[in-house]
Design a protein around this ligand. Structure first.
Ligand code: UDP
Ligand code: MG
Length: 318
């Protein structure tokens, strides 16, 4: 079974046509399917239109949020309500073409857990495409996951992926990174991209900073979360060590001057190096302490099933 998940905020002008195109494609595909619309606090005619679609089409499921909670929350709600073995997410504005779904399904079935659409002929204004290029380059470089297009809403997941990844904030941009961190196999598929059918984009350039902060969190969660002390502790010990060496050196100078009476050595108190050494000592201790706090949080929030993902089990047990 295939679940199509569509988060939407004020997309009244797009829903009828989207539903029509989806129905054409999915009926031809010949598999059981459901279309889950998540109304993320729309204040236009979207709720009425969704009601009409629900009454006409038994494949349609509608989830109304009480207010706008954001696209990530809408996707999570969709994942949790879905029943499909494969789950497609797409935007409601017809920028993603439902006609691509069969190709996405076929690609998934060649042995992948997540297929991300790649908008190779992206139809968006330049103030969107350029920040997006920088973003994709940065995420690919630092995550080591070689995709061209992370932020596209159009993706297909195996159920195991949507059950394993935890999304909050604006993590919808990083589902491939989070899935890769759990060992899932990920690939991309070039798709046609269209200009928005009607309505306005919900995301401006302000998302750049949010995206960066979210990415730092995601990198942390997928790499060093296992051992916070290894991240903070190693730099902490290095900096503390440098501080110790500096202060030992200055102590030597002080002894030579004050006790040994060696001439020509200036007093150490006014030297910038003196302060640098003290700063390094304090910073080093702080970093190690932060690492230990991280370990403590991890210890007390530890959940065994979050530590690994199983592909399959061979067993003779009944
Ligand atoms: N969306 C949502 N909640 C939000 C913002 C956006 O459900 O708070 C939906 C929106 O209706 C659309 C999809 O997320 O279906 C992508 O939004 P948009 O097309 O505005 O993003 P863009 O394509 O301009 O990056
Ligand atoms: Mg859009």
């Amino acid at each position: 079974m295939l679940s199509i998940i569509i988060p939407l905020l004020n997309e009244a002008g797009n829903l009828e046509l989207l539903h029509q195109k989806l129905t054409d494609t999915l009926a031809a595909l010949g598999r059981p399917y459901e279309i889950i619309f998540i109304n993320d606090g729309s204040v236009d005619q979207s709720p009425e239109i969704l009601k009409g679609l629900f009454e006409r089409d038994p494949h349609v499921v509608v989830i109304h949020f009480r207010q706008n909670f954001g696209k990530t929350a809408a996707l999570t709600a969709g994942f949790r309500h879905s029943r499909g073995d494969a789950i497609v997410t797409m935007d409601a504005d017809l920028q993603d073409d439902p006609a691509e779904i069969p190709a996405m399904v076929a690609k998934l079935e060649t042995g992948f857990d997540l297929v991300a659409a790649w908008r190779h002929n992206r139809q968006d204004p330049i103030d969107k495409t350029w920040p997006s290029r920088v973003f994709n380059w940065g995420v690919a470089t630092f995550s080591g996951l070689r995709l061209h297009d992370f932020n596209c809403g159009f993706k297909i997941y195996r159920r195991a992926v949507t059950e394993q990844i935890r999304l909050y904030s604006d993590f919808h941009r990083f589902t491939p990174v989070l899935a890769a961190g759990k060992g899932f196999k990920i690939t991309e598929l070039p798709v046609q991209h269209h200009p928005r059918h009607t309505g306005k984009s919900k995301y401006g350039t302000s998302r750049a900073l949010k995206g960066l902060l979210d990415f730092i969190t995601v990198l942390f969660l997928t790499t060093f979360l296992q051992h916070p002390l290894r991240l903070f502790g190693s730099s902490g010990i290095a900096i503390f060590g440098a501080g110790t060496l500096i202060e030992l050196y200055l102590t030597g100078l002080w002894l030579a001057r004050e006790v040994g009476g060696v001439a020509g050595i200036p007093p150490i108190g006014p030297r910038p190096l003196f302060l640098v050494g003290i700063l390094a000592l304090i910073l080093g201790i702080q970093l190690v302490s932060i690492g230990l706090l991280g370990e403590m949080i991890r210890y007390f929030t530890f959940q065994p099933e979050q530590e690994y993902t199983i592909r399959s089990v061979l067993t003779h047990q009944k």
